[in-house]
Design a protein around this ligand. Structure first.
Ligand SMILES: [Zn+2]
Length: 333
């Protein structure tokens, strides 16, 4: 069974004979990109130049065009594959299935000539992710430690809205997070009726436009470099400014600030400064969600991804202990 699945030191999740997901692996002719987060785009340049085909959903393709530039994917032979659409390669079949994470995220199912079903979940939040039955399951392990359980309910969204509304009474509110989650935050605020303009730098703006193209509703967005955007920020008028978490130290100093992060477990909202908060809105399953997926997928073997940030060894141990299913963390530490 082990020959059908593996995770390399460089982070390639290998399924069946041909597929390597989320990192370059020279022995594999098919590269799959499960989503546009940078820890899943490893070695993509090499894959584009050396693999036969690089496969991704149309939304992931559009997001990569924005994040890495429109010429980047032209280096290779890229196939856009819709969710649930089978793609035959050699004696195996590949399918992408929806995952609730960022726009375009896919779980990857490979069915081999012996009808073995091999599945990689990629990153997912259990809430909106369909569980796929598999013989061998490779699962992400971001919150793989049993201590990574969120005890608060799912109404973090309400908390986000009231926090932003409080901040808006004092002027602009700065929100910091990752691509994808920034847009989810915009959607939550827009749906809750927050009517002020949303101001953002170019990359965040373009990612937002892709999200809107695929049906998300994000409200009125302005470029921070446009005349109007600049004027609003300089006047300190009510607006919500959305920046990548990497800009946190550079922009919005002294303003009302909210960082949206998954790495929060004790409480849904934590005050970290005079007018600064961290809010726990995650696009990953917590420990219980990971176990729930494994249980419902009914695999005979589970591999936990030990190449990315998380607790793969603890997760493998707990799957073995609590569910009685054979589990191993790969690559070994
Ligand atoms: Zn991700």
């Amino acid at each position: 069974m082990f020959s059908k699945v593996g995770v390399t030191e460089k982070g390639a999740v290998c399924l069946g004979k041909y597929v390597a997901c989320d990192a370059f692996e020279e022995t594999r002719p098919l590269r799959v990109v499960t989503h546009a987060h940078s820890d899943h785009l490893l070695g993509l340049r090499q894959s584009l130049m050396q693999c036969d085909i690089s496969v991704m959903t149309p939304a992931t393709r559009d997001l990569i065009d924005v994040l890495l530039g429109p010429l980047f994917l032209m280096m290779g032979n890229v196939k856009s594959l819709d969710y649930d659409e089978p793609f035959a390669f050699g004696d195996e079949t590949l399918e992408l299935h929806y995952a609730d994470h960022i726009l375009g995220t896919a779980q990857v199912l490979v069915k081999d000539a012996e009808e073995t079903r091999i599945l990689y979940t990629s990153d997912f939040r259990i809430r909106g992710t369909p569980v796929i039955e598999a013989d061998t399951l490779v699962i992400e392990a971001t919150y793989g430690s049993p201590s990574r359980v969120r005890k608060f309910g799912e109404r973090v969204e309400d908390l986000l809205v009231s926090l932003v509304e409080t901040g808006l009474k004092q002027g602009p509110v700065f929100v910091f997070s990752y691509h994808g989650k920034l847009q989810e935050t915009m959607q939550v605020l827009h749906e809750a009726g927050v009517k002020v303009p949303f101001v953002m730098p170019e990359k965040v703006f373009h990612v937002s436009k892709i999200c809107e193209r695929y049906g998300m509703r994000l409200g009125r967005s302005l470029l921070s470099t446009s005349e109007q955007g600049k004027a609003i920020l300089e006047d300190g008028g009510p607006c919500v400014a959305f920046y990548h978490i990497g800009s946190r130290k550079r922009v919005g100093e002294g303003a009302f600030r909210v960082s949206v992060s998954g790495w929060e477990f004790a409480s849904a909202c934590r005050q970290v400064g005079d007018r600064e908060y961290v809010l726990a809105l995650s696009d990953h399953s917590d420990f219980n969600g990971l176990l729930q997926y494994v249980e419902q997928s009914k695999p005979k073997l589970v591999v936990t991804d030990n190449s990315r940030v998380g607790d793969a060894e603890a997760l493998a141990r707990e799957i073995q202990k609590r569910l009685g299913i054979n589990a191993v963390a790969l690559p070994p530490s």
